[in-house]
Design a protein around this ligand. Structure first.
Ligand SMILES: Cc1cc2nc3c(=O)[nH]c(=O)nc-3n(C[C@H](O)[C@H](O)[C@H](O)COP(=O)(O)O)c2cc1C
Length: 216
């Protein structure tokens, strides 16, 4: 079987999915996102807090990777990473980002477009200290996205950091940064088996949010 045949034999949006009535949608996109996230968790969606984060580099070329959503509040969607990583440098050069969530089991997609801002250093510090030991060791070993010339170097660094952390449990990785994404637009997409998908887009307006339906 060719890869093409393999791909074309795979079903898509063929399972039972919830319906979405946009007429009853809340005025704020964060409220609808919180509802959908809670429903995704209740439905047993695997890693519903994993999202694709798109950035652009200094040449305007897009880049994406998966990150974990750490919080959602009035400031927006939060994630944590290293400011000196590829994405951290890209955000420093151009803070415009996009987030993508895909909750396969429910046929749902949420797209957020907005601006990322680093949180107060005290917030990032608290976030770091609340992380499991393994995550702290990995971040303290640092240099995310730099070229790894020799895997043995990583093992040495991890062992060294583990010893340093045991001696000083309050160690904080300098570059660990919480970013919040202030949304400019948020789109909620609900699949339909008959392909009559529902799309609701919120756009920031002078006095709150405008809401509009989109053709599927
Ligand atoms: C499910 C999943 C969750 C991840 N969560 C994070 C995260 O919260 N923070 C992070 O820095 N990298 C996370 N990663 C790794 C990133 O996808 C990426 O490889 C890393 O941050 C380097 O990205 P960059 O080179 O674009 O800076 C995660 C990867 C996966 C698959």
């Amino acid at each position: 079987m060719t890869t093409r045949d393999l791909l074309r034999a795979l079903p898509v949006l063929a399972h039972d999915m919830p319906s979405f009535d946009p007429t009853g949608a809340p005025a704020e996109p964060t409220a609808l996102f919180a509802e959908w996230l809670a429903e995704a968790v209740a439905a047993g969606v695997d890693e519903p807090h994993a999202m694709t984060v798109a950035t652009v580099d200094a040449d305007g070329a897009p880049d994406t990777r998966v990150l974990i959503l750490k919080d959602l509040d009035a400031a927006g969607w939060h994630f944590a990473t290293t400011s000196t990583s590829a994405k951290g440098r890209q955000i420093a050069g151009n803070p415009r980002v996009a987030l993508g969530f895909h909750w396969r089991e429910q046929g749902r997609q949420v797209r957020v477009r907005g601006t990322a801002r680093p949180a107060d250093p005290a917030v990032s510090r608290r976030d770091f200290l609340a992380r499991p030991e393994g995550s702290r060791i990995a971040t303290l070993a640092g240099r995310q996205s730099a070229v790894l010339a020799d895997p043995a170097e990583l093992d040495r660094e991890l062992a060294e950091v583990r010893a340093r952390l045991a001696a000083d449990p309050g160690l904080v990785a300098e570059g660990h940064t919480v970013y919040s994404v202030t949304p400019a637009s948020v789109e909620f997409w609900q699949a339909d088996r008959e392909r009559r998908h529902v799309r609701l887009r919120y756009r920031r307006a002078a006095d709150g949010w405008s809401r509009e339906l989109l053709w599927p």
